[in-house]
Design a protein around this ligand. Structure first.
Ligand SMILES: [Fe+2]
Length: 235
């Protein structure tokens, strides 16, 4: 079979058509990226506060836009015993409720791990609450498991921040009756300048553990780096 050669005008026409399509797609791409830049400017992520130490996650950097005074931390079907913790945040006078302050809490799962990598800087179980005029906060979670390879008492980490009050770690929540709360553990905490807050939990008929902790803005202190480092599971 004889193949007819393509004429020169046809080749030229095809070339010009291809070139036009190429130029149009390049123009569209630039135009679209310009649009994207205009519509969604790069989010200005808040800087890591100087009042937090290097190992602690930054709650104020990643907080959802709308916060309530009350939150539920674990996803449905998270293994563990349900736990409710509630309380009130007060101004340093201990009487005036502190309005508009955010309590950020995070902890391990029931097996004592923060996530698959056990990276305490990016905990899976975490939540935020913003106090209203009455200063109250409340969160539902599960009782955290203690670190599997350490003798540190089971705990919930907590940070506070608010108007003219940059984010800082406050004392962990410990739980009365934990066999890991030994004289050694208490001494270690004291060495690091901390004062344990040991909650007495009561279990309701519904199987939910409940505890109360009052917070005062005059108490929270800046957490030291060694304690943050202590959260990491040794290799
Ligand atoms: Fe921890």
């Amino acid at each position: 079979m004889r193949i007819r050669p393509i004429s020169r005008p046809v080749v030229r026409r095809q070339f010009l058509l291809t070139l036009a399509v190429l130029l149009a797609s390049v123009a569209a791409t630039f135009s679209l990226s310009g649009c994207l830049r205009t519509a969604w400017p790069a989010a200005e992520k808040p800087a890591y506060p100087s009042t937090l130490s290097g190992g602690a996650p930054c709650g104020s950097c990643e907080a959802p836009a709308d916060l309530s005074w009350k939150t539920v931390i674990p996803p449905p079907n998270e293994p563990g015993e349900p736990l409710d913790i509630l309380g009130t945040i007060y101004q340093p006078d201990g009487v005036t409720p502190a309005q508009g302050f955010v309590l950020f809490v995070y902890h391990t799962d029931v097996t004592g791990y923060y996530n698959k990598e056990d990276d305490a800087s990016h905990p899976r179980l975490r939540g935020w609450m913003k106090s209203g005029a009455d200063g109250r906060y409340e969160f539902r979670t599960i009782k955290p498991g203690a670190y599997p390879h350490r003798d540190t008492p089971a705990h919930i980490h907590a940070h506070l921040y608010g108007p003219r009050y940059s984010e800082r770690s406050i004392e962990d929540y410990w739980f009365k009756g934990d066999p890991r709360i030994t004289p050694n553990a208490l001494a270690r905490m004291k060495e690091l300048g901390g004062e344990p807050v040991i909650l007495a939990l009561e279990r309701g008929k519904d199987g939910v553990w409940r505890g109360v902790r009052t917070l005062n803005l005059s108490r929270p202190r800046v957490r030291s780096w060694p304690r943050a480092r202590d959260d990491r599971r040794p290799a």
